[in-house]
Design a protein around this ligand. Structure first.
Ligand code: F0G
Length: 469
């Protein structure tokens, strides 16, 4: 790629992240570790003083908190508006976000995702009041759109021509779509052979320059961090604090859907930990603003083969995070180093949540159970139900409590996994083959038949007999 393809950022080496707000919202950047409050961020979004992550804070709320009742009714009114920004489930809550001028906003009407009761999963877990907030119902079919609408808009506000991310597939799909809508070019770095075709095909169609690097996700992140130091490319991974701000709105929308009555538990999958940081940040801010009267416990679930945060909490008491070589079939969360672990840890501690790890078999079974409720999700999302089962067994979640699972991606993101599961191919040769029996009840392999009525009726009767037993 020649240098001529890149636009110049307005100022050398730093982003135009104005920290002066609009009439509605005044925000500042602050380092989560040393507390420095820079006027702008460098291109890797790290604190210039200590190298840790930045976050947005809202000093204006301290003396002059917006009135909760006014906010709630304003947000509700916007649901009937014809304005594109009001129709977005992210920009509708803009009073709780840093200011970006409306003319730079790129929206695909993201957010507005459904909250479903899960009756079968409720029976399986013994938690009657069990719901799923399905973030896979976003425009590019994952939760990434809520953060991407906001961060891509900040790139456009900064007059960047190129945006980039390293990804396990969903961030890249989302970024490519928003870049295309905002007339920007996008560069995707993905681990070769480790992301699902569904996700890869999205970034191709949305016109991204897609580079499949012969490394893992963590290797892609390393290259990207180097790249943004050399080229005027706007980084759209979740270290970008605008991503976190946009993703906060899932929790705000959830509370609105629950008539501002928080559930006892929210359960989130843990990858790079941006999503859990964002949801937790929103919960804490909503509590500070008296939009909700108490904090739900927010728990984070990881795949056992990619569990550095679980180990950080359980083995090292939250003192350090030891990176690992990650391995899980839930490719979205196949991440060995976790950018936002300190933010996530803070949320875990503030809300009194738990951390859990689940096996490959537990993920696959939970995914099929969510599917059997007519909802469906991708493997990384199913860690939430698998984790809930463990949290029930440990007594952390009680039968009478209310629980919301955050489903992060759509079932169709990874059809290979689903087909292998139903054909019984997923666990072949794996040490966990003992769970194959448990999976059998859920498996619905396709039946190949001659084009013959009798054969179809025989197949129908065979299933009928099984159902009646
Ligand atoms: N679920 C899905 C479907 C994901 O795609 C991801 C992350 C996560 C959960 C974990 O979220 O990183 O905020 O803790 N996917 C990233 C990507 C890494 O590149 O698409 P997290």
């Amino acid at each position: 790629m020649s240098v001529a393809c890149f636009g110049s950022p307005p100022s050398t080496g730093s982003l135009p992240l104005s920290t002066t707000g609009s009439i509605e919202t005044v925000s500042r950047l602050r380092c989560i570790a040393c507390g420095a409050t820079p006027e702008s961020a460098s291109q890797d979004f790290r604190c210039a003083a200590c190298g840790d992550l930045l976050e947005f804070v809202f000093p204006g709320w301290a003396p002059d908190a917006p009135d909760p009742a006014t906010l709630k009714s304003r947000w509700l009114d916007r649901r009937t508006s014809r304005e594109p920004l009001d129709q977005s489930g992210v920009w509708r809550f803009r009073e709780l976000l840093p200011h970006i001028p409306a003319e730079h906003a790129i929206t695909l009407r993201e957010g507005n995702t459904p909250l479903y009761h899960l009756p079968r999963c409720a029976r399986a877990t013994g938690v009657e009041n069990l719901h799923a907030k399905h973030q896979g119902m976003n425009p590019t079919a994952s939760f990434k759109d809520t953060g991407m609408t906001f961060a891509a808009s900040s790139a456009r506000h900064g007059r960047f021509q190129w945006v980039a991310c390293a990804s396990t597939g969903n961030t890249s799909a989302s970024m490519a779509a928003y870049a295309a809508r905002g007339n920007m070019h996008s560069l995707v770095l993905i681990p070769d052979g480790q992301i699902s075709w569904g996700k890869l095909s999205q970034s191709l169609d949305y016109g991204a320059l897609t580079c499949q690097l012969r490394t893992d996700f963590d290797g892609c992140v390393r290259i990207l961090n180097e790249l943004v130091r050399q080229k005027p490319v706007y980084l759209l991974n979740s270290v970008n604090p605008y991503r976190i701000e946009g993703q906060k709105t899932a929790a705000i929308e959830l509370m609105e859907q629950l008539a501002w009555e928080p559930p006892d538990h929210i359960i989130v999958p843990g990858g790079n930990l941006g999503n859990s940081s964002a949801i937790g940040k929103a919960l804490i801010e909503m509590r500070e603003l008296n939009l909700i009267s108490r904090l739900p416990k927010m728990s984070i679930i990881q795949a056992r083969g990619a569990n550095p945060f679980y180990r950080c909490v359980r083995e090292f008491g939250g003192k350090k995070l030891e990176p690992m070589i990650a391995d899980t079939m839930a490719t979205a969360i196949r991440i060995g180093n976790r950018a936002s672990w300190k933010k996530a840890l803070r949320v875990l501690q503030a809300t009194g949540g738990e951390v859990e790890e689940v096996s490959e078999a537990e993920i696959a079974i939970a995914k099929a159970e969510i599917g059997a409720d007519g909802i469906g999700c991708e493997p990384a999302s199913a860690v939430t139900l698998a984790g809930l089962k463990k949290l029930r067994r440990s007594g952390f979640v009680k039968a009478g409590e209310s629980v919301v699972l955050i489903l992060t991606g759509h079932l169709l993101k990874d059809p290979d996994f689903t087909i292998k599961f139903h054909r019984g191919d997923l666990f072949s040769g794996m040490p966990e083959s003992s769970v194959a029996a448990q999976a059998k009840n859920l498996q619905r392999a396709p039946v190949v038949l001659d084009a013959d009525l009798g054969a179809v009726i025989a197949a129908l009767d065979a299933v009928g007999e099984r159902v009646e037993k």
